[in-house]
Write a protein that binds this ligand. Structure first.
Ligand SMILES: [Zn+2]
Length: 135
């Protein structure tokens, strides 16, 4: 049930040695962002009620590594369960390219849907299953 727990457990600290800057966003282009992250690290495929439906492949970064370039006004916020995570999606095309919440240390954290990054080969990602449904 708790996407929130995947969120908190997904933050891997300050080892950003392989990190690069990626751009990404929604389908229609209203929402665009830049994010610094390390895609050699595992991305999470979670089976909770949210991720199981969306199919997100998530990686988590401190909010400082994430820059929303445009589209704040195009985001609709959806919350469920404990209402600790802001599941934002584009109100034009419906794509959920990231989510906002708090990490394990209480710091602002962004969950990136790596499927929404430009130029990323999805079959090269190191996908790790996370049993969010039963945690
Ligand atoms: Zn859009």
């Amino acid at each position: 049930m708790t996407y929130g727990r995947a969120f908190r457990s997904g933050v891997t600290g300050s080892d950003m040695s392989e990190s690069k800057t990626y751009s990404g966003g929604c389908h229609c282009g209203a929402v665009r962002y830049e994010v610094e992250l390390d895609l050699t690290k595992p991305v999470i495929s979670c089976n909770c009620s949210m991720c199981g439906r969306v199919g997100s492949l998530l990686t988590f970064v401190p909010a400082a590594n994430f820059k929303l370039l445009q589209g704040e006004d195009s985001l609709t916020d959806y919350q469920f369960n404990k209402h600790v995570i802001h599941h934002v999606f584009c109100n034009t095309c419906g794509i959920k390219s990231f989510a906002r919440g708090k990490g394990r240390d209480g710091g602002d954290t962004v969950a990136i849907n790596t499927r929404c990054l430009d130029g990323v080969e999805l079959d090269k990602l190191n996908v790790t299953a996370y049993d969010g449904k039963n945690k």
